[in-house]
Write a protein that binds this ligand. Structure first.
Ligand SMILES: [Ca+2]
Ligand SMILES: [Ca+2]
Ligand SMILES: [Ca+2]
Length: 367
């Protein structure tokens, strides 16, 4: 194995996968990213065994060369394509966004372009582990390792299977599957609103596997769900037949029911219970105001629908207070206000009332 060091230095970042060597000639926190040359035999051993880690073979030849013929390694260490010509400017950033932190084996036809690519990524400070497969696909074939030639598109995925009526905001699971004549790993593109555009791609999976994905609709309505399939070489199927899904609206939580003492003494703590049932069984949060000059400052919760929430409150001033509470569910739909009138302190008030009644009676009789 030959170890190459790039002359550029990059700021250290804390990836585990990166092969970073401290460069004492430079200031602290500067490290040099290196890549390693490996033989086709070493590459084959790495790429046909997951117990030695997951390595990703990347073909840096032209798309045409890649489509015509590529090394054949099993899932999940199957070949991907990223042309050397794309490794500049925004292309490098794209490469980094896909493969950052990963272990990469670069290859080309005979080893020239892949070592260029390795050097470019090295100079950029690619945060991952880089290998260059010496001799490219030529050496790979000479040593008798398997290749894949040409390619066929995957089959049309099965009609999506999953719920046909769902609540707005709920997570629903849909399943489909397809096969591929070449045994390529497959990913599925989901069109959630039937407009013919893929809204979401899954990651790659082995062919012939049923793949499930979750989706949440935010708006009520009628939706046409379908999926297409793309193999790891980029060939696509047509869209599957459609599954019609009805998305229903959300119901507001019920009005909170408040119970507790209706009267009491100032300065004493009293217990009040708040209960809310959401017709959809959604979790709820509560906004509680105790009346007077102490407004609520935040939503509390979340609580399960039907939970009894017990809170203590103390009123320090005499008076009549309207305790009120509203609830909101997980979709921020709010309930009506529930209220309870509480009087503090009852005894003093009666005393005052009695005092005035007696005083007035005495005044009248005196006259
Ligand atoms: Ca491996
Ligand atoms: Ca295929
Ligand atoms: Ca609800």
């Amino acid at each position: 194995m030959v170890l190459y060091m790039s002359i550029a230095t990059v700021v250290f970042s804390s990836s585990i996968g990166a092969l970073l060597i401290e460069n004492p000639a430079h200031m602290a926190n500067k490290y040099t990213v290196v890549y390693e040359d490996i033989t086709v035999k070493e590459a084959y051993v790495l790429l046909t065994d997951t117990s030695n880690g997951i390595q990703i073979p990347i073909d840096v030849r032209t798309i045409g060369e890649w489509r015509a013929e590529r090394i054949n390694t099993p899932y999940p260490e199957f070949t991907r394509h990223f042309a050397l010509s794309r490794l500049s400017g925004a292309g490098i950033q794209e490469f980094i966004s896909i493969y950052e932190g990963k272990t990469i084996i670069l290859y080309c036809q005979s080893g020239g372009r892949s070592s260029n690519a390795a050097q470019i990524l090295s100079d950029t400070g690619f945060n991952g582990t880089l290998y260059n497969m010496m001799g490219g696909i030529n050496a790979w074939k000479n040593d008798g390792y398997p290749i894949q030639v040409s390619n066929h598109p995957p089959t049309v995925p099965s009609q999506p299977n999953g719920p046909v009526t769902v609540q707005r905001g709920y997570n629903a699971s849909y399943t489909t599957n397809a096969t591929d004549q070449d045994g390529n790993p497959l990913r599925y593109g989901w069109d959630w609103d039937g407009n013919g555009t893929v809204d979401e791609w899954t990651s790659y999976h082995p062919a012939d596997r049923s793949i499930s994905i979750n989706h949440t609709w935010r708006e009520r309505g009628s939706y046409q769900v379908r999926a297409k399939c793309q193999d790891s070489v980029g060939n696509e199927s047509e869209f599957s037949s459609v599954l019609n899904v009805i998305v229903m609206g959300n119901n507001a939580p019920g009005t909170p029911v408040i119970t507790g003492p209706l009267r009491g003494k100032t300065g004493a703590a009293y217990e009040y219970t708040f209960t809310v049932v959401d017709p959809d069984g959604d979790n709820i949060s509560l906004w509680i105001e105790w009346g007077g000059t102490c407004p609520a400052v935040e939503w509390i919760g979340p609580y399960s629908s039907g939970d009894t929430v017990i809170l203590m409150n103390t009123w320090n001033d005499t008076g009549t207070y309207t305790v009120r509470a509203k609830a909101k569910d997980i979709f921020d739909t709010e309930s009506d206000w529930g209220t309870l009138e509480v009087t503090m302190p009852l005894l003093n008030k009666i005393f005052v009332k009695m005092f005035w009644e007696r005083f007035l009676a005495a005044l009248i009789s005196w006259h």
